[in-house]
Design a protein around this ligand. Structure first.
Ligand SMILES: [Zn+2]
Length: 257
């Protein structure tokens, strides 16, 4: 789907606001939920590219003058060329007791489902969801749901507490990610924080068009994003990798974006 590839509206620059509507016997329709711009998507005859024809908000047929590039490849190249790690303000940030001084937030996804490989010791220490009858992609099972944050220091997942369950103890194995301080008995349950520092990741990639997948401490963690492009998260991870020490960069495998 096109919004996975192009996650930023070329007109209003809003992330993850484009929708793709396939239509029978007519060109597919691309729409921005933020600025209401609409395009028709047509394959270029005899070539691999697609052409996007911007439609006027008042109705099809009238083109708005010259704002976006008409070809998909050019649109993509411009988006990638303008990509930068820019701090964003978000009500979820900073997180008391978790955020480090001067740690900046670059991306935020309010709702992700988290998968981990079934043998991960975190399942025996952190009140994970019960094992499903069959394992998910790559031998995973669900760890929970929560928010995913991309910061200047790490990939940070704030897992909502499982219903009617206490906080888990600290992970027993060193390979498991760090957690926030355990909640005292009787206190309101705070989110559990899975902290995956960029310098310690060995892989970041996408799986299908919905999952951002990482390997940390030889353990796999998958994040099923809702209404956000995993390619966007991977592209930001590429930018982050450029900040890392070259030796750390070399052992980090990044998928292609
Ligand atoms: Zn827009």
């Amino acid at each position: 789907m096109l919004p996975t590839l192009l996650w930023r509206c070329p007109i209003c620059k809003t992330h993850d606001a484009l929708t793709h509507e396939p239509r029978r016997f007519r060109p597919d329709l691309i729409r921005c939920r933020a600025c209401q711009a609409r395009w028709e998507l047509k394959r270029v005859v005899g070539g691999p590219d697609f052409r996007l024809r911007l439609l006027d908000d008042k109705g099809p047929g009238e083109e708005r003058g010259g704002v976006p590039p008409p070809f998909l490849a050019e649109w993509y190249d411009r988006m990638m060329a303008g990509l930068a790690l820019t701090p964003i303000a978000h009500p979820a940030w900073p997180v008391a007791g978790v955020s480090a001084p001067n740690e900046e937030l670059y991306l935020h996804s309010p709702q992700v489902r988290v998968l981990a490989d079934a043998e991960n010791p975190i399942f025996t220490t952190a009140n994970a969801a019960p094992a499903p009858p069959s394992l998910g992609p790559l031998g995973t099972r669900p760890l929970g749901a929560g928010q995913l944050l991309f910061t200047s220091q790490r990939l940070l997942c704030l897992l909502a507490p499982p219903p009617a369950a206490g906080m888990g103890a600290s992970p027993a194995a060193p390979a498991a990610p760090a957690e926030a301080a355990p909640t005292p008995p009787g206190a309101a349950q705070a989110p559990r924080a899975l902290s995956l520092p960029w310098g310690e990741l060995t892989s970041a990639d996408t799986l299908t068009d919905a999952a951002f997948v990482t390997i940390f401490g030889e353990r796999l963690y998958g994040f099923l994003l809702k209404e956000q492009s995993p390619l966007k998260w991977l592209a930001y991870a590429r930018l982050m990798a450029e900040r890392l020490d070259p030796a750390v960069q070399r052992r980090l495998h990044l998928g292609y974006v």
